[in-house]
Design a protein around this ligand. Sequence first.
Ligand SMILES: O=c1[nH]c(=O)c2[nH]c(=O)[nH]c2[nH]1
Length: 296
Amino acid sequence: MGIVLGPNQYGKAEIRLVAVDRDGDRHGIRDLTIGTSLRGEFDSTHHTGDNANVLPTDTQKNTAYAFAKQAPVGEIEDFALRLGKHFVDTQEPVRGARILVEEHAWERIEVGGSGHDHSFRRGSDEKRTAAVTFDGGTAHVVTGLKDLVVLKSTGSEFWGYPKDEYTTLPETSDRILATAVTARWRHLGTDVDWAASFDSVRTTLLEAFATTHSYALQQTLYAMGESVLKQHPNVAEVRLSLPNKHHFRVDLEPFGLANDNEVFFAADRPYGLIEGTVTRDDVEQAPMAWYSTPEF
Ligand SMILES: O=c1[nH]c(=O)c2[nH]c(=O)[nH]c2[nH]1
């Protein structure tokens, strides 16, 4: 029986980078959390601790900061592509790079009816994400968003499920449906207007959530993914992770009050977790684009 090293990668996780665009009095601010992971010829360090091929994770972190100084960060997909290509193209033992970026929102503080030049407040928890994989030839770009919290106060049912001796959940034809959307979508190619594409996919996801009369969060998930693929020919597949943020109708009978779906208890855990991929059946799958992507 032999023991061998399996797939491995290494890099710096959660590099916190804030870049201020000081071009003029009206500053811009970009707030990113970046992860780098390198794959390649790293057997020696694992077997003997010979680090001749190991570009330190500290250097990887420094590279992200230096790149943010040398050129505007731009769209996070482009920034990730630049970083990934740099590591593969400049370090001979590095055969592949995976760069993860999460962008945190800041908004200008309103003063006297207009946004202040250099004072900001943190926006919502929603993050825009990019996951770029580059193997020296092909680059895969997976754009996404996280923690987009949405709720429908009606237009959601859940019934017709199997019941056994442990089932207590009452069937319902009217409930609150709420979730925090994590979605990632893989682009075909890299010649994309990332900002416009992101806005359009996000709008599509929200519209599909709002307009689908839901009999299950699973059905809503599929409708959201299908809608993105129908409206975006450049998107090959969509992966969604939807926690079912349960809202339980409070029993007000003890107080002699009817509760016509007006008062709910918002439970934070446990929650149902509905996950799925919606994909075109005529595109080549790209497992490397998703390798070790968080949530999927
Ligand atoms: O939309 C739902 N899907 C489920 O699978 C499920 N399970 C459950 O208890 N409630 C719900 N709701």
